[in-house]
Design a protein around this ligand. Sequence first.
Ligand code: S3P
Length: 176
Amino acid sequence: MTPRIFLIGFMGSGKSALAQPLAECLRWDVVDMDDFIEKKHLKTVGQLFEKLGEAKFREIECSVLEEISQCENTIISTGGGCPCFFDNMQTMLLRGVCIYLKLSVEELTKRLLKSHIDRPLIRGRSEEELLQFIRQKLEEREPFYSQSQLIIDCNGKSKTEIVEEIFKKITTFAEK
Ligand code: S3P
């Protein structure tokens, strides 16, 4: 069995929300990458983007990944952009099992319309702008996300159904 699982996917795909129930199933710990960054730097992700810029945030994210990817028996909920910068995707593939939580552009837009204030990349966009932004960004990011060892289609599924599906798949994966 792998010592760690990385939950990967676009903003709003449910990485943080699924990490906890999944960890409970496995009796593992949870590390949320954005929370970890915020505690370490005593600033919110929004403040870090604003004060230091995105490029610097990506450097911080990369060094934090290096640190947290040493944790054992841990579900790591990653930031949506993390797999797409530096060698981060490679690092995660080598150190654990990556699970891509896949959702349609329409579903992501619906979810992110409700929670875009806290997210610097999408703050202040109208519904139409948000849809266009997600469509374009997802197209850029898919080639990274899709390298994951497991891809879970989350469209139309409840949290419980997704957790059960992941649990079944990782136990099968561990037997191979
Ligand atoms: C980002 C996603 C965010 C956060 C930052 C950048 C991205 O994390 O790391 O705002 O580039 O997609 P969530 O995916 O947890 O919202």
